[in-house]
Design a protein around this ligand. Structure first.
Ligand code: SF4
Length: 267
């Protein structure tokens, strides 16, 4: 029996914002890639061939609603309806879903939860999105990321932009990574067939600055026997991975906080 608490599908690295301290490193991608609906549906099939149950099936970007073709993917998830508890969409509320995406999302009713990172004036579609949720009885969360940094969600952002081995002692990395929030939530991320144990591992790998070790991720479509893939996944959180040596999130409780979403100028 294989389960996870969180499974984040990444439709796109394209974002409407260009945040200086983006923890997912989005501004670093010169040509941000996106997954086709067909690639995401193939990943969803592969995931549910491996996992018996997923608590939260999440869609996380980039800004997911720049994709404009997620209705087909949201609809596709319904065939696994009994195998996941909640459908979660994360957005910066700069752009609303298309009508077709909204129709598909609303069909999930109480199973749907919308997580809005509220960047104040930048989140131009926030009020419209909240209105849709309230009118349709959809649960939503507004994560406040504007105003005084101390009043922001979790006290603001952590600077995770070094993108290099921080050369910290192994015992420190082991101790801290074991209590990282991504580990506690088993927040796996998948993009174009590559399943990683956390967002940082995925995004640093895609950026090419941290080449993952064998066993740090699973290629869902490389023909490895399913039981072998399940065994790698079962061990995902047993010890820190290469990306943990590049990551400041592991020091989350004590790390310095900064105001969120300061915008970089586009080159
Ligand atoms: S790289 Fe390691 S420490 Fe950083 S978020 Fe992922 S699991 Fe946590």
């Amino acid at each position: 029996m294989l389960k996870t608490k969180r499974m984040s599908i990444v439709p796109t690295f394209v974002c409407t914002l260009r945040c200086r301290l983006c923890s997912n490193h989005m501004p670093e991608f010169e040509h941000p890639p996106k997954a086709s609906a067909e690639e995401m549906m193939a990943d969803i099939d592969a995931l549910f061939a491996l996992f018996d149950h997923i608590e939260w099936l999440q869609f996380v970007g980039g800004e997911i609603f720049t994709h404009r073709g997620l209705d087909e993917v949201f609809d596709y998830c319904r065939r696994y309806d009994a195998r996941f508890d909640r459908l979660i969409v994360e957005t910066n509320a700069t752009v609303l879903p298309t009508e077709a995406e909204l129709r598909s999302l609303l069909s999930y009713g109480g199973k749907l939860k919308v997580m809005i990172s509220d960047y104040g004036e930048l989140s131009k579609a926030r009020d419209a999105f909240v209105d849709v949720c309230e009118k349709n009885g959809i649960e939503y969360v507004l994560k406040r990321y504007h105003g005084d940094p101390e009043s922001q969600h979790f006290g603001g952002w952590i600077d995770n932009t070094a993108c290099r081995d921080l050369l910290e002692p192994d015992d420190y990395v082991t101790r801290q990574a074991a209590q990282c929030a991504q580990v506690r939530l088993e927040n796996m991320h998948v993009f174009r067939g590559k399943l990683h144990r956390c967002s940082n591992s995925l995004f640093l790998s895609e950026l090419g600055v941290c080449v993952p070790n064998r066993g740090d991720f699973v290629d869902l479509h490389d023909g490895t026997p399913p039981e072998e893939q399940r065994e790698i996944i079962r061990r995902f959180y047993e010890y820190p991975r290469k990306s943990c040596h590049y990551c400041t999130w592991k020091s989350g409780d004590s790390a310095e906080r900064f105001g969120a979403a300061e915008q970089e100028r586009r080159a």
